[in-house]
Design a protein around this ligand. Sequence first.
Ligand SMILES: Cc1ncc(COP(=O)(O)O)c(C=O)c1O
Length: 393
Amino acid sequence: MPVTDPKLAGAMGRLGTESAFVVLARAKQLEAQGNSIVHLEIGEPDFETPSNIVEAGVKALREGWTHYGPSHGLPEFKEAIADNVNSWRGTDYLPSEVLVTPGAKPIMFYAIMALCGPGDEVVYPDPGFPIYRSMIEYIGATPVPMPLLADNEFRLDVDRFRADLNDKTRLVILNSPSNPTGGYLPKEDIESIAECVLNTGAMVLTDEVYKEITYDIDHFSIASVDGLRERTILLDGFSKSYSMTGWRLGYSVGPQWIIDAMAQLQTNAVSCTASFVQMAGIEALKGPQDQVATMTDTFRERRDLIVGMLNEIEGVSCLSPQGAFYAFPQLNGFRQNEEEIADILLDEGGVATLAGTAFGKFGSGSLRLSFANSTDNLIEAASRIGQTLDAIR
Ligand SMILES: Cc1ncc(COP(=O)(O)O)c(C=O)c1O
């Protein structure tokens, strides 16, 4: 919803938002009026932050890690991040090529702001995380959607992608595994993207926040393709893997020139990331990793459950997501569009979901359901969805 008060700068009218927060507010309002709502709208793990990480944060507070730190991040944390990134992707990033941020989201802001302006084109996934397009438009660049359709298992149409690149393409945004589709880009798609990008002057922003929440696939990063290291800005964070959404902790790695530019934007905006939070981040990366695996196993069980139940509902078909914790079912044969159906599900069915179009026009005909919720709630949600859709068919 654009913010258009005449007292505001014109660019504010081009700024989008994340409708998950809008729907959450509406759902809370309905709950306050006594309605029962199952929440499938918000994208955060429903697990506590692992206790070793919490303890490390508390210890850091007690030890006085409560002051400003360097804009780029604490040296020992940057070292741990570079090691972790390199072990996941087979890359050779240096600690100096790391930028620590309060959550991964500001990296979208920084990268687009540092690289793009009016006349530049940015290719981005559609359906995709809404902040990409919001920031592209805010900055005055031209958004060029890269459709990721269910008919193609949410994969890239390489020919279309190649045709969409030109001299004006400044940035290509990738997100695998994907929010909202749960799809992923296999190695061959990423290699095709890399080949196309190398024929242009474009940079790549690769959003890999779901790299650890995957089901039977191997994560592959464009940063590890020959020649792409110098073109890639990698975005990752702690919100999803370590269930740390409220701590606000993310990072970027990339060539020194862009990391320094983004650090300067960070100095202008927030100075640095909270020091005690970074100390907890060191524990997250270096401590035991078993809770990440346990959480992913639980998500896998829930995925199988919700996808199975959705596919039982007449007029609904749902691919099995290969990563993240979102199902993106298609709706077939309804009179209402996905936004109307999401409204009906919330108001009459008591289930909060998001319309696929909240993630771009190629999300039409779909809903996004977060399965970061208990088995009981997922069973209840599927039953409510089934009954509500039966009633409006
Ligand atoms: C694809 C994607 N990237 C980035 C983020 C932002 O994560 P953070 O909490 O680290 O800002 C999200 C959060 O939902 C996401 O889905």
